[in-house]
Design a protein around this ligand. Sequence first.
Ligand code: ZN
Length: 141
Amino acid sequence: MRKIDMIVVHCSGSRCNHPYTVEQLRHDHVEVNGWFDIGYHYYITREGKVHECRPVERMGAHARGANANSIGICYEGGLDANGCIADTRTAAQKDAMFWLIINLHRRFPDIKVILGHRDLPGVQKACPCFDATKLQPLLEV
Ligand SMILES: [Zn+2]
């Protein structure tokens, strides 16, 4: 089993008024990028459903330099209706994300850090379009 000590949060970079389903995500990662599966371990769609994408035992493909020891969680959204960067998480998505993190921490007590993709060194993106370091207290629950 690989060592997991970090959660990296992402957004899909899609507009909140345009659905981006897990099927579309899979198509883009497998057919377009040529990966064997979705790069994230979990994908949370707007209605708050958590889709298990890649088994956590397997390394993800979501955060250059941090894949080996992290779990990648992505939520659907990140852009408002005009295509501007925004925290578009619905209440259901926030709730699902909180519970997912708490459960992952129970399963992997070595998790010490939660951050957003943009908080990793050398990342020029706005992903996940909110301050994911604010989720850090969930590890103290
Ligand atoms: Zn990202």
